[in-house]
Write a protein that binds this ligand. Structure first.
Ligand code: ACO
Length: 344
């Protein structure tokens, strides 16, 4: 029994905001942003778009790919949507806090009438957690076959656009994968699908990346004077150190657990938080930088969406072929971190 990614999709807002455009509004410049982060631009959603809207688009994109590539017997994306057993949505920026889940909104818009739906709250590691959760769900219950795993974010709405230390880092976007239980082997020649996942957390670092306002700790009340704005606050240096350590640890542990060498991996697809984090981890591991897929220059940090967006770019760009080994590595608020090792 294997859990295979059969199709991928993505959706990003049309509006591209370059570093130069940001520099007209706040005290920053392209040189600083690019040299410190690798970011050149980000996509920003219009005021009417919420996370579920991007998530739905990315999901249709994946379902359309499944039909076009003939990986299922259904003839239309709508027919395929009706066969989904579970929709797992990773998001830090849900349409609504608490309830309803963004997954339920997406389930309704897709017409996925036979699917359960739930959100995962693991910030930038959300897709890593979501993929393992979906595979675990499919592994029990013989009648279950397909899950959609979606990462979708509108981070631009939780950013203080006057805080140059954070606002230059983030963007909006969504990515989705169609995960299917198949009879392919998971060992030996011809093995396919999700081989192994590591999920870890370090809640002691929770204050290093936090949205303080809006939850049960600091709930909104009528007549509130805002003590904390509902914006992302970050201890950049602490997050940087954690991220390099987390990425290095997960890559090493996954390779060791499967007795693999770096040469056997086609791609490492890290969470796109900062190109410097990836470069520092690459140096520590002494791995060739060409193994690491980077697209942060165009999209900035899209949190839970960054890994599925990257997978879709690789997949559509024909840079992944059947049998390739891919490692996804995530790290983020919580603090959470983890990785999935996948045979494409
Ligand atoms: N433009 C121009 N100057 C800036 C900007 C900016 N956008 N932001 C900060 N500066 C200035 C600071 O004011 C400071 O100036 P000063 O020395 O005169 O006081 C100087 O640049 C250095 O600031 P630092 O904060 O020390 O810069 P640092 O080298 O630590 O880089 C950064 C900051 C890029 C945020 C880094 O800490 C980092 O990458 N941290 C990881 C955070 C991250 O990736 N977060 C993403 C979310 S978390 C996740 O996805 C895991």
């Amino acid at each position: 029994m294997a859990f295979e990614i059969k199709a991928t999709g993505r959706a990003v807002p049309q509006r591209r905001v370059s570093n130069e455009e940001l520099a007209k509004k706040i005290d920053t410049n392209d040189e600083w942003i690019y040299s410190h982060t690798g970011i050149k631009a980000r996509r920003i959603a219009d005021a009417e778009t919420a996370s579920s809207d991007l998530g739905v688009k990315a999901a249709w994109n994946a379902l359309e790919m499944a039909i076009e590539r003939g990986v299922c017997t259904e003839k239309t994306p709508e027919e395929l949507a009706a066969t989904i057993d579970m929709i797992v949505v990773a998001t830090t920026t849900p349409d609504f806090y608490g309830c309803p889940s963004t997954a339920c909104l997406i389930q309704n818009k897709l017409g996925a009438k036979n699917a359960g739906a739930m959100d995962i709250s693991a910030a930038c590691s959300g897709f890593i957690y979501g993929l393992e959760t979906a595979a675990g769900f499919l592994s029990v219950g013989t009648e279950r076959k397909r899950c959609l795993v979606i990462g979708c974010e509108i981070l631009s709405r939780f950013i203080d656009w006057n805080d140059r230390r954070t606002c230059v880092l983030f963007g909006d976007g969504a990515g989705a994968v169609l995960l299917e239980k198949t009879s392919a082997p998971t060992e030996g020649i011809g093995r396919r699908g999700l081989l192994r996942t590591i999920l870890r957390a370090d809640g002691a670092g929770s204050e290093n990346l936090i949205i303080k306002k809006g939850g049960s700790r600091n709930a909104y009340r009528a007549g509130d004077v805002f003590e904390f704005a509902p914006f992302i606050e970050m201890n950049g240096r602490a997050v940087y150190n954690f991220a390099v350590r987390a990425m290095t640890e997960i890559i090493k542990d996954l390779l060791e657990a499967e007795r693999l060498s770096i040469d056997e991996l086609r791609w490492i697809t890290p969470h796109q938080a900062n190109a410097r984090i990836v470069q520092a981890a690459t140096k520590r591991l002494n791995f060739p930088s060409e193994k690491f897929f980077i697209n942060i220059d165009e999209y900035a940090n899209t949190s839970a969406a960054s890994i599925p967006i990257a997978l879709d770019e690789l997949n559509r760009g024909e840079r992944l072929k059947s049998g390739d080994l891919v490692m996804c590595v995530g790290f983020g608020a919580g603090l959470t971190y983890g990785g999935n090792l996948i045979v494409w």
